[in-house]
Design a protein around this ligand. Structure first.
Ligand SMILES: [Zn+2]
Length: 385
């Protein structure tokens, strides 16, 4: 078992159930883990505040002030995890062969432990020379990021590192997404009377066939250099009441993943065009689409000071920096949209959102060491070389 304080902290965090209650009704949410994090940061000498982003779901923000003025760097990670279905011991951190297993080990209690331990280590070794280090542990990234939304409403910084798992690569962009609800109307009728009925489910099938064709077109487009192409998939379908009746109603909930050159509105326009094309062929076809929720993609200029600074800090911690794009959406999108230039940078592992999740212990420690270097140099305003 590693005796490194970042790993000890990670074990404590994994042991606290913080399954997102919006994803899994009845789950406890982030309250307990937030209070534990607040206590850890207070003991390390940070100024700590908790504020509810949603009822009973507190963000924790700890601030370490520098000895003289400088720049403000935010380290940000989410405290919620996805559910635990199929896992035997989700909240028992187990270390084996340099890996630490448990729900949230990689996504992303490891990144949260690394950022808190980085602040703790700086506080313990003479403090931050200049500027301000803001350590933010936010709720609800795995659903709709109400935590990050609340954070940017109260807290500013000149730059941010979101410590999501990137295998210690520096991710300067990621895809966005749009969730769309499609409703197709039919006409209920006795199953023996086809002249009276309109089958909403078969009509939804026409929509699905065109969506599949659209997905092929999207994925055949020239890939964005950081994140590849856009795509879509049908997530949830529903419809029908009983075997012997024509269904009057069918619904599809779908997701479209967006590149930085695609707008959120594009996603709904594409679907409405498909519905209009089917209606043009068949005047009895009735359907509508609406956007349920969306988040834009994010991209930071490759020449921006921040990824260079992170790269220099990582090199000092003993690893060669690599700059990439991430496929998954993350809170960096919210921070970036709020005018805080952001990158993703966190330890690697495998199995996020699956039944066997782990993080590589040595990468948690390297991440922590790089964040210590970064905070000292960035907040002092030292240019990366
Ligand atoms: Zn995550």
């Amino acid at each position: 078992m590693s005796s490194d304080p970042a790993i000890a902290l990670l074990r404590d965090l994994v042991a606290i159930n913080s399954v997102n209650p919006t994803l899994v009704p009845g789950a406890p949410g982030e309250g307990d883990v937030a209070r534990s994090i607040a206590e850890t940061m207070r003991r390390a000498g940070l100024d700590v505040e908790l504020h509810d982003a949603a009822p009973g779901r507190p963000n924790v923000v700890g601030v370490l002030e520098g000895l003289r003025p400088g720049r403000a760097l935010m380290l940000c990670g989410h405290t919620d995890t996805v559910g635990i279905a199929g896992m035997e011991q989700p909240f028992t951190p187990i270390e084996r062969d340099g890996k630490l297993y448990g729900r949230g080990a990689q996504d992303m209690k490891a990144g949260v432990a690394a950022m808190i331990d980085a602040a703790r280590s700086i506080a313990k070794t003479g403090g931050l020379p200049a500027g301000r280090l803001v350590v933010a542990a936010v709720v609800d990234e795995e659903h709709s990021s109400v935590g990050a939304d609340a954070l940017v409403g109260r807290c500013r910084a000149d730059a941010a590192v979101v410590t999501e798992p990137t295998d210690l690569a520096i991710a300067i962009g990621h895809k966005g997404f749009a969730w769309i609800d499609v409703e197709v109307l039919g006409k209920a009728a006795h199953g023996s009377r086809p002249a009276d009925g309109q089958d909403a489910i078969l009509r939804l099938g026409r929509v699905l066939a065109k969506l599949e064709a659209l997905d092929r077109v999207l994925q055949a487009r020239a890939p964005h250099p950081l994140v590849g192409t856009g795509s879509l998939h049908a997530s949830i379908v529903a419809g029908g009441r009983e075997l012997s009746s024509y269904p009057d109603h069918a619904t599809l909930q779908m997701e479209r993943r967006l590149t930085p050159v695609e707008r959120e509105e594009d996603a709904i326009v594409e679907v409405r065009q498909i519905l209009a094309a089917i209606a043009a062929e068949d005047p009895t076809f009735r359907a509508s689409a609406r956007m349920m929720f969306s988040r834009p993609a994010y991209e930071l200029d490759r020449e921006h000071d921040l990824p260079r600074q992170v790269g220099a800090a990582l090199a000092k911690a003993g690893r060669s920096p690599v700059v990439v794009g991430a496929s998954f959406w993350a809170d960096s999108g919210v921070l970036g949209q709020a005018g805080i230039p952001s990158v993703l940078f966190g330890p690697g592992g495998a199995g996020l959102h699956s039944t066997e999740e782990y993080v590589k212990v040595d990468e948690v420690i390297t991440c922590r060491d790089a964040l210590v270097e970064l905070a000292r140099s960035y907040c002092s305003g030292v240019a990366a070389t």
